[in-house]
Design a binder for this molecule. Structure first.
Ligand code: SAH
Length: 468
């Protein structure tokens, strides 16, 4: 280790910056955030630094550098474009025993600025000992994505409770266990999801429970929408909670590439239909969710798309709430949005589509469909779970006055590696769907904008229809 990372308290301490350009300004921004007293020595200032001077945020000396300027400094930064000056600053600072950073000039530095992930009070500093600032920034970006945005709020929350927890749980091992459980438990998950309102009450209850019982674990459920299939369309929160869950309940349509983002040692339960097997009933799934959570586990209920769009997430939420189990709902990109993006179909578009409807022609929700409401001009309709109903849908829409020339698109396995995008007209839809031998899952888009779909997998269709 060539450099020791440390966190320095600069509040009201003097840092001297030699140079008044934008490079100096970038460092000064950081120094001001840390409440340092900043003195800038430079014959000129860039406009932003001039503003800071006028606002009294920095102290300005309109001079050429001389070692005397470093008097009283705890840190020195050289940010001029003149190597001779930078070198003189570096030498003078070393002679005084003051740490110095010369921007982008490792050999002249005795300290370097790390790349920072700021979730104050939690801060992550990344450094490569000057070997590659670009690499440091890339790693920072990856860490940015890993750490929830409200982590700082969680750290503040924990800090506020620290003394009370210490009093309530004087036994150190028990206290450590409590804090361990806290950061992956329902209170912390709630704070990270922005539900701070009830957090203090929940914390009080959790603490009380830890003190009275031997601290029985309390389970919870994450109702996670994972999008249409491409793992890169997962939300950050979905990834964080997948990493946290002890057990994963998933449907058949959730690809392994997404399940692989879960904790390696998490148990996986497939509650979806598998070919040749009966589908588990919703009642069975509900019961399993409650049982798993009651046994103290953190349960991820993983669903394709969004949990509240044709996903029965609403029913599961109601059951869990009734059972008093904490639930976090994580929205996902619903298949209609993911597939439209992938096929290049703007679901609304000035002049072509002023509304979009997500609908299914199948099952309990499909039986009583208001067809008349779906045939307005400039209206895009996206059918879910309807591949087997295409003849019926076509007949109904024609019967309700939609023209046979209305553009349609079939979006099969959207965002998956073997995605197909087919387009046609309403009148020709049954023939197209038949020839295409559609695979699940497939969406049907009807409306003028469907004509804009970027066709993919068209060759297959030609061969099949040619053979038919
Ligand atoms: N909750 C999910 C929908 C579940 S219903 C969501 O918000 O997307 C299942 C239906 O979604 C399928 O029958 C199909 O119509 C559609 N679907 C899901 N993933 C899809 C995909 N990758 N490509 C095309 N359609 C998809």
């Amino acid at each position: 280790m060539d450099y020791l990372p440390i966190f320095v308290d600069l509040r009201d301490r003097l840092v001297v910056v030699i140079g008044g350009g934008v490079v100096a300004q970038r460092k000064i921004e950081h120094l001001l955030k840390a409440h340092a007293r900043v003195r800038v020595v430079s014959p000129e200032l860039c406009p932003d630094l001039a503003l800071y001077r006028d606002q009294g945020r920095i102290e300005y000396r309109p001079l050429l550098f001389s070692p005397a300027q470093l008097e009283g400094a705890v840190l020195v930064v050289a940010a001029t474009d003149d190597i001779g000056v930078n070198d003189a600053v570096s030498v003078a600072a070393r002679e005084r025993g003051v740490l110095v950073n010369v921007v982008d000039d490792g050999p002249r530095c005795t300290f370097i600025f790390p790349a920072i992930v700021d979730r104050s009070p939690l801060i992550v500093a990344v450094g490569t000992a000057g070997s590659s600032p670009t690499l440091a920034r890339r790693v920072r970006t990856q860490i940015e994505a890993l750490l929830p945005a409200r982590l700082g709020g969680l750290a503040d929350f924990a800090a506020r409770w620290r003394e009370s927890v210490k009093k309530a749980l004087p036994d150190l091992p028990q206290r450590l266990r409590f804090w361990d459980g806290f950061f992956t438990g329902p209170v912390a998950t709630g704070v990270l999801a922005g539900n701070v309102a009830g957090a203090d009450d929940s914390m009080r209850a959790a603490l009380e429970q830890a003190r009275s019982a031997a601290g029985e674990a309390r389970g919870e459920v994450y109702l996670i929408g994972v999008g249409p299939g491409d793992p890169d369309l997962l939300t950050l929160r979905a990834q964080q909670l997948l990493q946290q869950a002890d057990v994963i309940l998933h449907d058949r349509l959730v690809p392994d590439s997404i399940l692989d983002r879960a904790r390696r040692d998490a148990e996986r339960i497939n509650v979806g239909k598998t070919p040749g097997h009966h589908e588990h009933t919703q009642d069975y799934i509900n019961q399993l969710l409650v049982e798993q959570a009651r046994s103290g586990r953190r349960v991820a209920r993983v669903k394709g798309g969004d949990p509240f769009i044709f996903g029965r997430g609403g029913e599961e939420l109601a059951v869990l709430r009734a059972a008093g189990i904490p639930v976090v709902v994580v929205p996902g990109i619903t298949a209609g949005l993911g597939a439209a993006a992938s096929a290049g179909i703007p679901l609304t578009l000035r002049g072509l589509s002023q509304a979009v409807t997500f609908v299914t022609a199948t099952g309990a929700q499909g039986g009583s469909l208001n067809w008349a409401a779906l045939v307005h001009p400039q209206h895009t309709v996206v059918f879910y779970m309807s591949a087997a109903q295409i003849d019926h849908i076509t007949a109904k829409l024609l019967e309700h006055g939609l023209p046979g020339a209305q553009p349609v698109a079939l979006l099969e396995r959207a965002t998956w590696p073997d995605e197909r995008v087919l387009k046609s007209t309403l009148a020709d839809l049954p023939r197209l769907a038949h020839a295409a031998k559609l695979q699940s899952p497939t969406l049907l888009v009807i409306g003028e904008v469907a004509a804009l779909a970027q066709v993919r997998g068209f060759i297959d269709l030609q061969e099949q229809s040619g053979a038919a």
